[in-house]
Design a protein around this ligand. Structure first.
Ligand SMILES: *[C@@H]1O[C@H](CO)[C@@H](O)[C@H](O)[C@H]1NC(C)=O
Ligand SMILES: *[C@@H]1O[C@H](CO)[C@@H](O)[C@H](O)[C@H]1NC(C)=O
Ligand SMILES: *[C@@H]1O[C@H](CO)[C@@H](O)[C@H](O)[C@H]1NC(C)=O
Ligand SMILES: *[C@@H]1O[C@H](CO)[C@@H](O)[C@H](O)[C@H]1NC(C)=O
Ligand SMILES: *[C@@H]1O[C@H](CO)[C@@H](O)[C@H](O)[C@H]1NC(C)=O
Ligand SMILES: *[C@@H]1O[C@H](CO)[C@@H](O)[C@H](O)[C@H]1NC(C)=O
Ligand SMILES: *[C@@H]1O[C@H](CO)[C@@H](O)[C@H](O)[C@H]1NC(C)=O
Ligand SMILES: *[C@@H]1O[C@H](CO)[C@@H](O)[C@H](O)[C@H]1NC(C)=O
Ligand SMILES: *[C@@H]1O[C@H](CO)[C@@H](O)[C@H](O)[C@H]1NC(C)=O
Ligand SMILES: *[C@@H]1O[C@H](CO)[C@@H](O)[C@H](O)[C@H]1NC(C)=O
Ligand SMILES: *[C@@H]1O[C@H](CO)[C@@H](O)[C@H](O)[C@H]1NC(C)=O
Length: 836
């Protein structure tokens, strides 16, 4: 039992002393040092502060040891270090295994020979929007794996081909917007045998001339972007490579007005049937600048996009005339500012036999309400089968214009101003004019009735895809009439609260994301892809209702858990995206997620998006990193084991206590303490009922009862003795009895024998704890030794007894019978009261 106590005691002491240290070590403030920050929080806790100081000292030391370059440890698991916008003046030190480094938007002025040498694995390096004016010729020599380099918007005056001499893998290079004024004196990639370059972006408002060498050695480019404003010379053939470039974007700005000849030279080089050409930042309001487009027609360009253009009715008409007879099949217009009313009939005679797609986005028409009928554009519209007018303030297509759209297969009118009424007009009240229509996109409009929408498209027998997302339906009607051909439907962000049988059974893809749905109980036998992202689902929908479902997206809901049987219910499910939910990381869920989920399905959004929301201790951890203790996972078992152990320990303690009379000892001690606290009774005042209280151990009971008592009590006058065996009041607490007996006795006799004294005194002392009281009534104790006891034989630990024997005379019980009379005589004399 004492072992027991010691163990507990030490455990508590240990725990109490270790706890503050643990708290300090694992305190978030202190942990943050390991990530490189050097905040010191002034805290009363001295230890914490000194620990902090120590850590920051060591950090400073490491810092000064390496170099003056700043550190940047903002790297993720994919070895991407985002050191953007950190006010850095030099290329920072990052982990050597970095794959992707972003140091854009800083104050870096130069790149030295050594800045990048250790980063040999680098694939992407972004240095745009710094103040670079100097790059050492060999700065990039160890980046043989670099694929993307962005040096745009710095202050480079010269672009050196030496920089690129070792960049064998470089695919994407951006050097837009620096201060160089010429390019192409030597080929950019003169040192590479077979440059891998696919994308090149260059040019700035200052560039004066471009020379033929420019793209020397580059065999095939996918994308070329060129920006200039004040170009004065362009060498024929500068933008030509062995194979036509797939996509070219040129921003020539005022050059169209200032030097149409130069523009023609450039456009001649980039116009090709295989090249998709984009011309940006241009004003096409008068005839002169538009002449340059002749080169586009001559080059047989098939895809032309014009971006950021301002134009007029006259400009458009002339443009159509200039391009007359071109084999153009696609024309795109983005960010257009049109001043006009759509009166382009003068170009009616023009021929666009191949034109089938127009893509218009972000159209701004001054006074767009005057642009109402479009009937005059019939000569263009009737050829088209693919029309997109996105964000173009379209509020209606009059029904008799719709008649000219009979060939249309693809119609995208998203981000416009269509309402239920104008939609009804545009689709001729359900009279299915656009019989070939297979895709209709009217997302981001102001439609309110899904029922009307279904009625208007009922007879479009080729409609497979309908996007009505971002409208305000609010409710789904019970019954709808959809064409049987419908496969794809997008109802995302339409403020729906409930699903009804309105949904067509033919669907294979259904997007219901960003609504307020909580449940989904409808059977969709053909559905292969279901989007429920951003709703309020608490559990996965019942898999049995979607026998063909292959892909389920249910991120950002309020899912708590899902288990094997939930997933197994989907017979065909292959891909799941369910991250960003409020997962309850129970043992079952964590175990299932870590161990078995990958065998069932592919989590397309990656394990990292699955984060615990509860229990509190795991909040914010990914499920993969959630560690649950055995105790938490087998709660019932552990609690029962713990309880049994406690019960067992209690029983053991109980039995031990019983065996060792611990309880009794404790009670005794208590009583003794109580007795000690009692005020001393003055002997003179007390009624002395007895002449002597006899204190003896069981050991010597025989002698006391058979010899001492008869002798003294039958003496003349009789001595009144108090024996605890005989005279104690039954039912009272023994110590109280003893104390009272001593107080009402004239003397106290202690009867002792050697054997007893040397071995069992301890117990006796406790037993008859009145020795302390004896100290107070100093004179009353009388010791009787039944046999001679040598003081030396008494063990040292019985110091009390030694003291008593030293301080008092004692009577020895003579073995010799003749001397016993003398003994009795002495004893009687001692017991004789003085006042008698
Ligand atoms: C990098 O950090 C900047 C600013 O801290 C932020 O604007 C940018 O989005 C980040 N880039 C990536 C790819 O996370
Ligand atoms: C750029 O090149 C020109 C002429 O080749 C030279 O005069 C100038 O010093 C160079 N500038 C830098 C910053 O190297
Ligand atoms: C372009 O040239 C014109 C005159 O030719 C000049 O006024 C203008 O400042 C130049 N622009 C730039 C950005 O150099
Ligand atoms: C560039 O080509 C045009 C037409 O092909 C030609 O008239 C002109 O002389 C050429 N210029 C040079 C410098 O070769
Ligand atoms: C659009 O083009 C004009 C010149 O026509 C130019 O000043 C402006 O910066 C361009 N806007 C954008 C967003 O590129
Ligand atoms: C729509 O077009 C206008 C001007 O044409 C533009 O300012 C706006 O940013 C565009 N909106 C979107 C969402 O692209
Ligand atoms: C129609 O054009 C759009 C935009 O260029 C394109 O995304 C779509 O695939 C085209 N549709 C058809 C049927 O050609
Ligand atoms: C188009 O329809 C409107 C009424 O719907 C009618 O007034 C107009 O004459 C029609 N125009 C043509 C060209 O049919
Ligand atoms: C419909 O238009 C929206 C916005 O322009 C676009 O996000 C969506 O992808 C389009 N839908 C289809 C099916 O092309
Ligand atoms: C549905 O439309 C939204 C917004 O217009 C778009 O983000 C989403 O990708 C579309 N869904 C599908 C499956 O194309
Ligand atoms: C799986 O979870 C569902 C509720 O989502 C529950 O009804 C079912 O009993 C669970 N199955 C197992 C094997 O735990």
């Amino acid at each position: 039992m004492f072992v027991c106590f010691f163990f507990f005691f030490f455990f508590f002491v240990f725990a109490a002393s270790i706890l503050p240290v643990m708290q300090i070590l694992f305190h978030p403030d202190v942990l943050s040092f390991s990530t490189g920050t050097t905040r010191i929080r002034h805290d009363s806790n001295q230890m914490k502060v000194s620990l902090s100081i120590f850590l920051s000292f060591s950090l400073t030391w490491i810092h000064t040891q390496t170099s003056e370059r700043p550190n940047c440890y903002e790297c993720d698991e994919d070895h991407f270090c985002n050191c953007s916008a950190k006010n850095l003046h030099r290329v920072p030190i990052v982990p050597a295994n970095v794959l992707s480094l972003d140091v854009s938007f800083n104050e870096i002025e130069s790149i030295t020979q050594k800045d990048l040498t250790v980063y040999t694995e680098l694939r992407t390096l972004k240095l745009q929007n710094n103040k670079l004016s100097m790059i050492h010729n060999t700065a990039f020599n160890s980046q043989s794996k670099l694929e993307e380099l962005d040096l745009s918007f710095n202050k480079l005056e010269n672009i050196s081909s030496l920089w690129f001499s070792k960049l064998q893998s470089l695919k994407h290079l951006n050097i837009l917007g620096n201060q160089y004024t010429t390019l192409g004196s030597v080929a950019l990639f003169q040192f590479a045998d077979n440059p891998a370059l696919r994308t090149l972006k260059f040019g700035n408002p200052l560039i004066k001339d471009v020379k033929r060498n420019m793209l020397g050695k580059i065999r095939q480019l996918d994308e070329l972007t060129f920006v200039c404003r004040n170009l004065t010379s362009y060498e024929n053939g500068s933008f030509q490579t062995a194979h036509p470039i797939r996509a070219v974007s040129v921003s020539l700005q005022e050059l169209f007005q200032d030097d149409p000849e130069l523009v023609s030279k450039i456009l001649r080089d980039v116009s090709h049937p295989e090249t998709s050409l984009t011309i940006r930042d241009v004003s096409l309001e008068t005839r002169e600048p538009i002449q340059a487009f002749k080169e586009v027609r001559k080059g047989c360009t098939r895809r032309l996009t014009i971006q950021n253009v301002s134009t007029t009715d006259e400009g458009v008409t002339h443009f159509l005339e200039v391009l007359d007879g071109s084999p153009m099949s696609y024309i795109g217009l983005e960010d257009i500012h049109l001043r006009g009313r759509g009166w382009w009939q003068r170009a009616q005679w023009s021929h666009y036999e191949n034109l089938h797609t127009t893509f218009i986005r972000n159209l701004e028409i001054q006074g767009f309400f005057t642009f109402s009928s479009m009937i005059q554009l019939a000569f263009l519209l009737k050829r088209l089968n693919n029309i997109s007018v996105i964000n173009g303030t379209v509020f209606v297509i009059p029904c008799n214009t719709t008649y000219f759209l009979r060939k249309v297969e693809y119609l995208d009118l998203s981000q416009n101003l269509l309402s239920d009424i104008t939609m009804q007009e545009s689709l001729c009240n359900g009279h299915c004019i656009m019989r070939n229509l297979n895709t209709l996109n009217v997302s981001h409009n102001s439609l309110k009735s899904l029922h009307l929408m279904s009625r208007l498209v009922t007879c479009l027998h080729r409609l497979t895809s309908l996007d009505v997302s971002h409208n305000n339906f609010l409710k789904m009607p019970q019954i709808c009439n959809w064409p049987a051909s419908l496969r794809f439907m997008n109802l995302s962000a339409t403020k729906l609260h409930r699903i009804t049988p309105c949904l067509p059974l033919s669907l294979t893809v259904l997007d219901l994301s960003q609504n307020y749905l909580t449940e989904f109980h409808h059977h969709l036998p053909n559905l292969m892809e279901l989007w429920l992202t951003g709703n309020r689902f608490i559990s996965l929908p019942e898999g049995g209702r979607f026998p063909s479902l292959r892909i389920l997206l249910i991120q950002s809901n309020t899912l708590n858990v899902f288990n094997k049987s939930d997933l197994m219910a989907f017979q065909s499910l292959q891909f799941l995206e369910a991250g960003q939910n409020n997962f309850v990381c129970s043992c079952d869920f964590v175990e299932f997620f870590k161990g078995h989920i990958d065998q069932l399905i592919t989590l397309r959004d990656g394990h990292r998006s699955y984060v615990c929301d509860s229990p509190f201790t795991l909040r914010g951890r990914t499920v993969d990193n959630a560690q649950l203790s055995v105790f938490e996972c087998h709660m019932i078992l552990s609690v029962s084991i713990l309880c049994s152990v406690i019960v067992l320990v209690l029983i053991t303690i109980g039995v031990t206590c019983y065996k060792l009379h611990v309880l009794w000892y404790l009670q005794m001690t208590m009583a003794w303490l109580k007795a000690k606290g009692k005020p001393a009774v003055h002997r003179e005042d007390a009624v002395l009922r007895y002449d002597a209280f006899v204190s003896y151990s069981q050991h010597d009971a025989e002698w006391v009862e058979e010899i001492l008592v008869p002798e003294l009590e039958s003496a003349e006058p009789p001595v009144a003795l108090c024996l605890h065996m005989r005279d104690f009041l039954p039912g009272r607490w023994i110590v109280d009895n003893i104390i009272e007996s001593i107080e009402s006795s004239y003397r106290t006799l202690f009867v002792l024998s050697e054997n007893f004294v040397t071995s069992e005194w301890c117990r006796y002392e406790l037993n008859f704890s009145h020795f302390r009281i004896m100290d107070e009534h100093n004179d009353s104790a009388v010791l009787i030794l039944l046999e001679p006891i040598a003081k030396e034989t008494i063990p040292k630990r019985f110091c009390k007894l030694r003291k008593i024997m030293n301080s008092r005379t004692y009577l020895e019980w003579p073995q010799d019978e003749e001397r016993r009379e003398e003994f009795w005589h002495n004893l009687r004399a001692v017991l004789k009261r003085e006042d008698d």
